[in-house]
Write a protein that binds this ligand. Sequence first.
Ligand SMILES: CCS(=O)(=O)N1CC(CC#N)(n2cc(-c3nc(Nc4ccc(C(=O)OC(C)(C)C)cc4)nc4[nH]ccc34)cn2)C1
Length: 306
Amino acid sequence: VPIQEVDPTVFDIRFLRKIDDLGEGQFGKVELCQYDPRGDGRGELVAVKSLKSNGKGQLACHLRREIDTMRELYHHNIVKYKGVCSEEGGRTTKLIMEYLPAGSLKDYLPKRKHQTDLKRLLNYALQICQGMDYLGSQRFIHRDLAARNVLVENESTVKIGDFGLTKSMKEDKSYYTVKEETFSPVFWYAPECLMDCKFYPASDVWSFGVTLYELMTYCEPSSSPNTVYKEMLPNKTNGQMTLTRLVEVLIAGSRLPCPPRCPDTVYSLMRRCWEYDPANRIQFKGLITELETLLDERHRGDRLAV
Ligand SMILES: CCS(=O)(=O)N1CC(CC#N)(n2cc(-c3nc(Nc4ccc(C(=O)OC(C)(C)C)cc4)nc4[nH]ccc34)cn2)C1
C-alpha cells in the first residue's frame, strides 16, 4: 500500500480540541486548540481563527482572502500560517496558526510594565517595522496595524498577528480604495483614509506611529488613542461627529501628545509618521534605520536620552 501522503496544512476537525478563547473582533474569533491526531493528549497547541456567526458569503470570502494572504507570508515578525480546517463538508473554513503564548501587546505590556525598559520597547517597534517593511515588499497594505494586533512570542520577539483587513495591491496600483467599512479603527487612520477612503503604504506608517505611541504608554487604557483623541476633540459629541471633528483637528495640526517619559528622539519619530501629506511621511525602511541607530550601543551615550 503506497505511503499515504498527508498534507501537513490540512487539519482534521475530528482531532481539533478547543481549550480556551484567545481573542475576538467584530466578525472573527481566535481560540486556543490542541491538535491531537494520536489522541494521546500530547498534540501541539494551535491558534484557530474562525468566523463568529456562521458567516456566509462576504465574511467567508474575507476569511478566505486572509488565508490566501497568510500562506504567502514568511517572516520572523509575522505570525506563522499552519493550515486550514474545514467542517460541515467544506462549507466553513478555519485558519490554523502558530500559538503565541504571551498574547497581544495590549494584554502583555500593562502587566510587564516594570520589566520592560525603553530599549525593549524600541526593539518591539523595530520588529514591527521589519514585519511591515516585508509586508509592503509583498505588495500588501495591512490597514489595521495597532498594538492589539501585535502578538508577543516571548520577551524579545513580537509578531504581527492579524491580517483581517490586509489588501493586496497586486494590480500595480499604489493604493487601495476601501468600500465604506462598518467599524473602522478611526484613531489609527491617516487623514487620507478618513477623507478619501484611500489606503497607501504610507497609511500603514501613520498607524505604526499610533502603535509606537501605544508602546510608549505601555498600552495603558487611560492613555489609549481613543481616550486621548476624544479629550482633544471639541465638545464631546456622538460617534458620527467624531470622524468630522477628528479630521478637523488633524488638518489643524493636532497630534497625540508625547507620552510621559518618552524621549524627544522617539516622539519626533512618531511625528514623522504623522506628516499630513503621505508623500512626506518617513517609510518603514527609514524607521528601521532610525530605530537601529537609537538602539545601537555605540550611539547610546548621545542618542537615548533616557
Ligand atoms: C481581529 C479579530 S480576531 O478575533 O480575529 N483576533 C483578535 C486577534 C488580534 C491579533 N493579533 N487575536 C489573535 C490572537 C492570538 N493569540 C495568541 N495567543 C494568546 C496567548 C495568550 C492570551 C491571553 O493570555 O489573553 C488574555 C486575554 C490575557 C487571557 C491571548 C492570546 N496566539 C495567536 N496566534 C495567532 C493568533 C493568535 C488573539 N487575538 C485576531
